[in-house]
Design a protein around this ligand. Structure first.
Ligand code: UDP
Ligand code: LCN
Length: 820
């Protein structure tokens, strides 16, 4: 690691410090750069660069000196390098969101700063020299369309766009004469199906509105707080006010107070408070397209994981918050939320072939299913999310027509989920002029190493050319982007964020993105999901426990029978259990956890292992990755002779029973382990924590933000099994020695959840975003329109051609009518 003195010098840029750093150890560096060049053109990641450098310097002290110096620091912050003899071009990331590019001539060690464009050309020339040198190669520069928009500059502001937007809006209201009139005009435009809200044309100027507000505020101070709005509604109407300010005198007075403060002086805090009261959202459309999307029996089916859980819980939370807000606004309108998904005639025992389904635990929300249509009619069968692109444009048209019919008008807010949902949401929002929010859940680009450079190779299987293009379109169309964590946007110290990796990248032969998305864009907002607390509640709440599941859970865990639902058994039932549950994808690393357990005798002596994942017969899987993981699980159980200490249970679909399983494990004073190689967020982590189960979760991705290590759970390194399994063993050892330790961690987890990870917090934040960005969008209308035109050209001239390369699925069987 670099010493602090070296870091202190790093106030300068790399281009300033690198020449000196190379000079400091010129002899070794010359050798080192020659070694980098040895294998010719190629890409090198940080660990390769380090390995080769370390192999060059034989003397231990000298090695330490170099690594501790400035050069060590520069290398530590390097993400990758493109070797194009005689140059080595470095992509350096000193801090989240900050990148520098330099090229070093290996013969002279001369250093030159280069632009992102030039760096990308270096990369391209490794795989496609002609393209790299083509002066007319297509370059995308979405940043060039942000000609008037401000961006943030502090890393600590990333993901808090609403706060920044409020400041900027406030300054804009005061920057130009007539600025405040923009706000008055906005309020005048508010309505619900033609019915005016808040103000009418009587108060159409700042001075008229301000004067009326002052009078109203004074009049309200003589009324008791709980005086209903109806008792002064008439007087308010005479002054030019309409409903929407509040349901009683206190609330109306507060709302008016916030606005008066905003009119009096620039005041972002009161602006934010005021906007949280503005009734501008009643009808919301959510898109979650690829399926299976349903309310039962869908988890465990291909492509169907946490996103479905998230969206269903999201609807319940948004409806609850909308109902509360509408009541508090003194209005009596009914909100409406539609989740639009694909109708799957081949529903495989799910309800995914039903057109309309009320969302459980809501009053006014529905799932609406719209089929995929091709020239041959309705497509019956499931298609993978990677192959979904040919159906989306037609789907958008059909879905839009359905939504307009059901809502009897335009929605106030459209939110997309995942690439397919975000693209459709952006097309529809653009057509209707509706505010657009997008949610990635997981961006595929970072899941596969060099997926951009290797797109040609990967395209037949994954169609990344379509996916990355669709992602760029949606990200740039969105008025706001909701993320679950900071990491999702700008990563961590060592790892770029998922969005950050879209700042500059290249698909050689297709296009070069020189400015894709800026993580400092105020559209980014963190709103972390929660877990349904009527289902996932602490094991201590005995009155609420779903005790009827307990005999079945006893059987699931402890019977010695091996069948389609469980294999393996637990010899010593008195031991605590470490538990994991996930889809059996490679990235979830369930096999990794099984291996760590197999190899760690101490851990094995302390606890049993229970896994819920996949199923047991690889020949029944459609997915190559899953097949390999199933085989690997069987091999590991045999290799480490785990039977007697492991229970492997097939994927479970009943969330109530699953929640009781988490609590059952908590009763055994066990723990939950989430060992993923990378996890975007990790709903299982917060489900377990909500149940009071101490949780060990991967330090790669979202969970590193959820858990404060040693306080609300533990972080483990999925790439260091020995260290991780010992950390788990240490915990159980300590629990034996310290009676209260287990409960302290359990409590710490619960506290963390209640403070940061609940659906109530989420819904409140998202609706505030909807309100603020609706106005923001109006303020930045010209710029938004210019960008949208750029996006439309890209969509029509490029994306559509890419979609044509994706094969269109056909059904072998005759098409049946779609059930009503
Ligand atoms: N899940 C489930 N049964 C299983 C595996 C997972 O019900 O066999 C649920 C789990 O409780 C969680 C979701 O599926 O609600 C998985 O979400 P997560 O964010 O952990 O991962 P994803 O599958 O989205 O990558
Ligand atoms: C997708 C993932 O990969 C998970 O990490 C998230 O928890 C899930 O979606 C819900 O956002």
């Amino acid at each position: 690691m670099a010493s602090s003195s070296a870091i202190m010098k790093r106030s300068e840029s790399v281009i300033d410090t690198m020449p000196e750093a190379l000079r400091e150890s010129r002899y070794h560096m010359k050798k080192c750069f020659l070694k980098y060049l040895e294998k010719g053109k190629r890409m090198m990641k940080l660990h390769h660069l380090m390995q080769e450098m370390e192999s060059i310097i034989e003397d231990k002290d000298e090695k330490a000196q170099v690594l501790e110096g400035l050069l060590g620091y520069i290398l530590c912050t390097t993400q990758e390098a493109a070797i194009v003899p005689p140059f080595v071009a470095f992509a350096i990331r000193p801090n989240p969101g900050f990148w520098e590019f330099v090229k070093v001539n290996s013969n002279t060690l001369a250093v030159e700063g280069i632009t992102a464009t030039d760096y990308l050309k270096f990369k391209e020339s490794i795989v496609d020299e002609t393209w790299a040198n083509d002066e007319n190669a297509l370059e995308l520069d979405f940043g060039s369309m942000n000609f008037k928009l401000p961006t943030m500059s502090l890393s600590s502001s990333i993901g808090h766009g609403v706060n920044f937007a409020s400041k900027f809006i406030t300054s804009k209201l005061y920057a130009q004469s007539g600025g405040q009139q923009l706000l008055v005009d906005y309020l005048l435009s508010l309505n619900h199906q033609g019915e005016k809200i808040m103000v009418n044309e009587t108060l159409n100027t700042v001075s008229k509105l301000q004067a009326a507000l002052i009078v109203a505020h004074a009049a309200l101070s003589s009324l008791s707080n709980d005086t209903p709005y109806q008792s002064f509604e008439l007087r308010f109407q005479q002054w030019g006010f309409e409903k929407g300010w509040g349901d009683n005198a206190e609330r109306v007075r507060e709302t008016i107070g916030f606005l008066l403060e905003v009119f009096q002086a620039p005041d972002p805090v009161n602006l934010e408070k005021f906007f949280s009261r503005v009734p501008s959202i009643f009808n919301v459309v959510l898109f979650s397209i690829h399926g299976y999307f349903g309310q039962s029996n869908v988890l465990g089916l291909p492509d169907t994981g946490g996103q479905v859980v998230y969206v269903l819980d999201q609807v319940v939370a948004l409806e609850e918050e909308l109902l509360l807000r509408i009541k508090q606004q003194g209005l009596s309108f009914k909100p409406q939320i539609l989740v639009v998904t694909r109708l799957l005639p081949d529903a495989k025992g799910t309800k995914c072939n039903q057109v309309l389904e009320p969302v459980i635990n809501t009053k006014h929300s529905h799932i609406v299913r719209v089929p995929f249509r091709t020239e041959k009619g309705i497509l019956r069968k499931w298609v993978s999310r990677f192959d979904i692109y040919p159906y989306l444009e037609k789907f958008t048209q059909d879905a839009s027509a359905k939504v307009l019919e059901m809502m009897e008008g335009k929605p106030d807010l459209i939110i997309g989920n995942y690439t397919d949902g975000n693209l459709v949401a952006s097309l529809m929002a653009n057509k209707l002029g509706t505010t657009l929010g997008t949610i990635a859940h997981a961006l595929e680009k970072t899941k596969y190493e060099d997926s951009d450079m290797k797109w040609k190779q990967l395209d037949p299987k994954y169609h990344f050319s379509c996916q990355f293009t669709a992602d760029m379109i949606a990200m740039n169309s969105a008025d706001f982007i909701i993320t679950s964590t900071f990491q999702e946007i700008a990563g961590s110290k060592d790892r770029p964020g998922q969005y950050e990796s879209h700042e500059a990248f290249t698909l050689p032969g297709l296009y070069r993105v020189v400015s894709g998305i800026n993580v400092f864009d105020p559209k980014f907002n963190i709103a972390s999901p929660g877990a349904d607390q009527t289902v996932y509640f602490p094991y201590t709440e005995t009155q609420k426990r779903f005790t009827s599941f307990q005999p079945a859970i006893e059987e699931l865990l402890f019977s010695k029978v091996e069948n389609d639902e469980h294999i393996g058994y637990l010899e010593d039932k008195s031991k605590p259990i470490i538990f994991s549950m996930a889809r059996l994808d490679t990235v979830k690393n369930i096999t990794g956890l099984t291996e760590w357990y197999g190899q760690n005798k101490r851990l094995r002596s302390l606890v049993n292992l229970v896994i819920v994942a996949g199923f047991f017969d690889p020949s029944k899987s459609k997915d190559r990755e899953e097949m390999a993981e199933i085989k690997e699980m069987h091999l590991l159980i045999e290799k480490y002779e785990l039977k007697g200490q492991i229970r492997w249970i097939a994927a479970q679909t009943d969330r109530n029973r699953n929640s009781e399983l988490y609590r059952f494990i908590a009763d055994s004073k066990g723990a939950f382990v989430q060992p993923a190689l990378y996890e975007a967020f990790g709903l299982t982590v917060i489900e377990a924590m909500n149940c009071g189960l101490p949780t060990f979760a991967t330090n790669q991705g979202g969970p590193a933000e959820i858990i404060v290590d040693g306080v609300s759970g533990f972080q483990i390194d999925p790439n260091n099994g020995e260290e991780s399994s010992n950390k788990i063993a240490d915990f159980f050892q300590k629990c034996k020695e310290d009676d209260g330790y287990w409960s302290r961690i359990s409590q710490g987890g619960l506290q963390r959840i209640y403070e940061c990870y609940t659906w109530k917090i989420y819904a409140n934040k998202v609706l505030n975003m909807g309100n603020i960005y609706a106005f923001w969008k109006r303020l930045n209308k010209e710029q938004k329109e210019a960008k949208q035109r750029y996006i439309e050209i890209f969509y029509n001239l490029h994306y559509k051609n890419l979609v044509r390369t994706v094969p269109i699925a056909t059904d072998e069987v005759q098409i049946a009518p779609v059930p009503k």
